[in-house]
Ligand binder design. Structure first.
Ligand code: PLP
Length: 398
């Protein structure tokens, strides 16, 4: 970067000139790639500018931890996709969840959490309840307006997940947020399943949306990041303050990887959606399968809310096997798949499968099935190959 005339160093000694290099680049370079601006120190022209900084002002550069042009570009693009006004980047999806807790609730407050919530969120809530004076209570994800009966004066936050990312129940988001608004309770949704593409939380009365950018936004299975997205400025500032105080930031290099994937996200999402829905429909015809839990299919609780509120489904759905198969047999089924790998996380090109013992994950609602649940993430492999792979392993089950 060229420095102002008063600070030119061409007459200094070599070591100083190396450190204070005066680059001679012609202006006017333009490309589609967002430049990677790595920085801890942000430099100010004078002390008056530095002293006048206001942390509430997102347009001011302050410190590399808080924002760089690369990270702010990503944040703005994510807010636009989700239909919000502000986004804060976090080092993981779970860190975004954590930021919601630390930004919104304090000791003595009560939080309501859907019983099918992403498990590390439940674990986080249990930790805060055990060590930090919070109350965490769980509700049946299909509770709808019945949430009103659970709200206490101390209730400050209601979590939603639409659908639950393992068991796929689709809640009546509008019914819950309407009650929450009337009772002055903030709502936060884990909107990772829809990538912010298929469900627009702020149009349904939600206050805070959380994305695990690790999934579709990254699309490569090689970056960890998360975001909290808000429409309301005051809420944004609450989250921003907590994030700042906890020293949370992200690397511009990681941001640039996600910026690179973002333009193809919707096209990828739609391809995942087509393959997953075709496989889900086919699995529905198989005698080995007791239920297909895909929000676009009628077996799935809350299917009517999916039809009402969503415009797509992506690659993630679950099936429940017939109860004649033991959990060990289903483990063998999962391990025998060649095109579905075993592993956490999803959103990339590679298909995954994972068995879950759902009953052990719940405390506030009854899980109606006795068979083992397997969650499929349908990647970008050819759909016919994926079906043949599953069919081979279903036949082997007997
Ligand atoms: C993966 C995931 C997260 C957490 O994201 P990480 O970046 O892995 O921490 C949160 N919620 C849902 C629904 C997820 O699938």
């Amino acid at each position: 970067m060229t420095q102002p005339p008063s600070k030119r160093h061409s007459n200094r000694r070599l070591q100083t000139r190396i450190v204070r290099a005066e680059d001679q680049l012609a202006p006017g370079f333009e490309s589609f790639a967002v430049p990677v601006t790595r920085a801890s120190t942000v430099v100010f022209p004078d002390l008056a500018t530095l002293r006048a900084l206001d942390w509430r002002n997102d347009a001011q550069w302050r410190y590399g931890l808080h924002a760089t042009p690369t990270s702010l570009t990503l944040a703005q693009r994510l807010a636009a996709i989700e239909g919000g006004n502000h986004a804060l980047l976090q080092p993981s999806g779970l860190s975004a969840i954590s930021n919601v807790y630390f930004g919104i609730v304090k000791a003595g407050d009560d939080v309501l959490i859907p019983d099918n919530v992403y498990s590390p969120n439940r674990d986080h809530a249990e930790w805060l309840a055990h060590d930090f004076g919070l109350t965490a209570r769980y509700y049946d994800p299909m509770i709808g307006a019945g949430i009103a009966d659970l709200i206490r004066p101390e209730t400050k936050l209601i979590w939603l997940e639409a659908p639950g990312s393992v068991t796929m129940e689709v809640p009546d988001v509008q019914a819950i947020t309407t009650v929450a608004r009337a009772r002055n309770v903030i709502t936060a949704i884990d909107n990772t399943w829809s990538a912010g593409l298929a469900f627009r939380p702020f149009e349904h009365g939600v206050d805070i949306s959380v994305q695990a950018l690790t999934k579709y936004q990254s699309g490569g299975g090689d970056v960890l990041m998360g975001a909290t997205i808000t429409a309301d400025k005051e809420l944004h500032l609450k989250l921003k303050l907590a994030r700042m105080r906890m020293g949370i930031g992200v690397s511009s290099d990681d941001c640039s990887l996600i910026l690179r994937s973002l333009p193809s996200m919707k096209v990828r999402f739609e391809q995942h959606d087509r393959s997953a829905l075709a496989l889900a429909r086919w699995l529905k015809t198989r005698s080995e399968i007791a239920a297909v839990l895909h929000p676009a299919l009628p077996d799935c609780p809350g299917h009517e809310f999916f039809v009402r509120d969503f415009n797509g489904a992506g690659g993630l759905f679950s099936v429940v096997f017939d109860e004649r198969y033991t959990p060990a047999q289903i483990d063998t089924f999962c391990e025998s798949l060649e095109l579905f790998s075993l592993g956490w996380s999803w959103g990339g090109a590679h298909s995954l499968a994972m068995p879950y013992d759902v009953a052990s994950m719940r405390s506030a609602s009854r899980w109606p099935y006795r068979g083992t649940l397997v969650r499929f993430y349908v990647g970008l492999e050819d759909e016919a190959d994926l079906q043949a792979d599953i069919e081979r392993c279903l036949v082997a089950l007997g």
